[in-house]
Design a protein around this ligand. Structure first.
Ligand code: FMN
Length: 149
């Protein structure tokens, strides 16, 4: 599924995704207690939107939209070829009232062949922006960063 309501919640590899039982993916994740979160480059935007417009309950989205599944190491769900990075995740908690699925990232695969590394950000009204300029404020917030980061 396509998912834009996501965030990192600490420096200990925990992330949250927000979804609910109206999505096939929610039920699959709650049943298997695992998933892979892939970060697509801006070049995949149209495919990303199309994938988020239909349900895997009725169709095989890999067949329909063409992204190639690749084997993961710590979970059974596949990585998606062509993405900037894929996070293998295990569910550690769920706050169903808000659709929060809290997960521990168990493995990260970064794709060295993905040269356009601009990520897509959903505005929320059907429009999107891609990553642009990078600003370095590491010195200003050095005391908030874990050692070695
Ligand atoms: C750009 C975009 C962002 C989306 N973000 C979310 C999201 O954050 N949470 C969610 O539950 N659904 C989100 N959706 C909707 C799901 O991707 C959509 O309901 C999808 O059909 C679910 O597929 P599934 O039934 O195979 O799980 C998004 C859709 C699009 C196009």
């Amino acid at each position: 599924m396509t998912i834009s309501w996501t965030m990192a919640i600490d420096f200990s590899q925990h992330i949250v995704i927000t979804t609910g039982e109206w999505n096939y993916s929610f039920r699959a994740i709650m049943n298997t207690r695992e998933c892979v979160v892939c970060i697509p480059p801006v070049t995949m935007l149209e495919t990303v939107v199309r994938i988020g417009d239909v349900s895997g309950a009725n169709i095989d989205k890999f067949n329909m939209f063409g992204p190639t599944p690749l084997p993961a190491v710590t979970v059974n769900a596949p990585l998606i070829d062509g993405c900037i990075a894929c996070l293998e995740c295990k569910v550690v908690d769920c706050i169903e009232k808000y659709g929060f699925i809290i997960m521990k990232v168990t493995r990260v695969t970064v794709n060295p062949d993905c040269h356009d590394r601009r990520m897509i950000h959903a505005i929320g009204d059907g429009s999107f922006v891609a990553d642009g300029e990078t600003f370095n404020c590491r010195e200003l917030m050095a005391d908030k960063l874990p050692p070695g980061l």
